[in-house]
Design a protein around this ligand. Structure first.
Ligand SMILES: [Zn+2]
Length: 353
């Protein structure tokens, strides 16, 4: 039987000072091990010395670390696995039609002031681990990318990470239903589905040109109490204190919710909502999971406030009249006149009887 060699085996060999080129010809390399060897051979990969492997496992690497340490860390099995996770999430975003063209981006914090992120101008559905870039928290690309530049929207991800130290991963995409709410400037109504209440905490950031520091700041201003930000006229960005898949889950939860709310609002019945005390129970679970929410500590009567949400498409007559008084005021006058006319008629009828 052929011997199977994984990335861990290769790392072990390097750690013990063995040359990975000394592997017998007939070994079976796992796909990750094959990528690992290729990285070692091409421009990204520098031979991992025994010394720096021991060192990087002993202390955290940051943007000021010696280049050799950064490179060894960037090519380590640990980061390779995270790069694969980014590719996997990218594929899921694309398959679910949450991204279009080269839209969307993903980042994972991998040190005090460094993060992995997606490159620019690639479809998120077809990335390879070697496409992933390493940046410092100012957005300077340190390595990786396979000849491509880091995403132009990285500043927003990094500003989230700077402002919210618990954010270990961020995902940005353009899911159509959620983005519809973002375009309309409507925060999804609450108290309808438990998953949304427990896992999501949504707010809307005003529109600014994507990729600008100003856009990043407006989003970062909201991440203290919210983990999912609708970016007006653009899309959604989420962060997680757990991992990148969890940040991605926020997208699935929000998108499914917006879709369901839209369906519910078209069924001809006002959607039923849970009671404030039922919501209170869900918020307790949310708090125990370490997920932020601005409603923690509110009184029950202050929960389930869906002002601003108008179920279904209704035609409200509210035109300004020429004399400046509002349409509804005019409407009131008309109703009064009509009531008066009917009353007069009845009175006349009873007088004639
Ligand atoms: Zn975008």
């Amino acid at each position: 039987m052929r011997q199977v060699v994984s990335v861990r085996d290769l790392e072990e060999m390097l750690k013990n000072g063995k040359d990975v080129k000394s592997l017998p010809e007939n070994v079976l390399l796992t796909p990750a091990a094959r990528d690992f060897l290729r990285d070692l051979e091409n421009g990204n990969g520098r031979p991992h010395s025994v010394a720096n492997f021991a060192e990087i496992s002993a202390k955290a690497v940051n943007s000021k670390s010696p280049r050799s340490e950064i490179d060894a860390y960037f090519n380590s099995a640990k980061l390779h696995e995270l790069k694969e996770q980014i590719c996997d999430i990218g594929r899921r975003l694309w398959q679910r039609e949450y991204v279009d063209g080269n839209g969307g981006n993903i980042a994972i914090r991998v040190g005090e002031d460094i993060a992995l992120c997606t490159p620019t101008l690639v479809s998120k559905g077809f990335m390879k681990p070697e496409d992933i870039c390493l940046v410092d928290l100012e957005g300077n690309q340190i390595c990786g990318g396979n000849g491509k530049k880091r995403t132009s929207e990285i500043l927003m991800h990094l500003q989230i990470m700077k402002r919210q130290p618990r954010a270990v991963a961020t995902v940005h995409c353009h899911p159509p239903y959620s983005t519809g709410f973002a375009v309309a400037g409507i925060e999804p109504p609450t108290c309808m589905i438990p998953e949304y209440e427990v896992f999501s905490s949504v707010a809307i950031a005003p529109y600014r040109t994507p990729g600008t520091p100003e856009m990043g700041k407006l989003v970062a201003d909201l991440v203290d109490k919210h983990n999912t930000i609708l970016m007006a006229n653009h899309g959604v960005v989420s962060w997680s204190h757990n991992n990148v898949e969890d940040a991605y889950f926020k997208m699935e939860i929000l998108e499914a919710y917006c879709r369901t709310v839209l369906v519910a609002s078209q069924l001809g019945h006002a959607p039923k909502t849970m009671t404030p005390s039922q919501l209170q129970d869900l918020l307790k679970i949310k708090q125990s999971l370490g997920i932020p929410d601005p409603r923690f500590g509110l009184k029950e009567c202050e929960l389930c406030d869906n002002d601003g949400w108008r179920p279904g498409v209704t035609c409200s007559v509210n035109q300004q009249s020429t004399d400046g008084s509002s349409g509804s005021h005019n409407g009131d006058t008309e109703v009064e006149a009509l009531v008066q006319a009917i009353t007069d008629q009845i009175m006349r009828g009873s007088a004639a009887a």
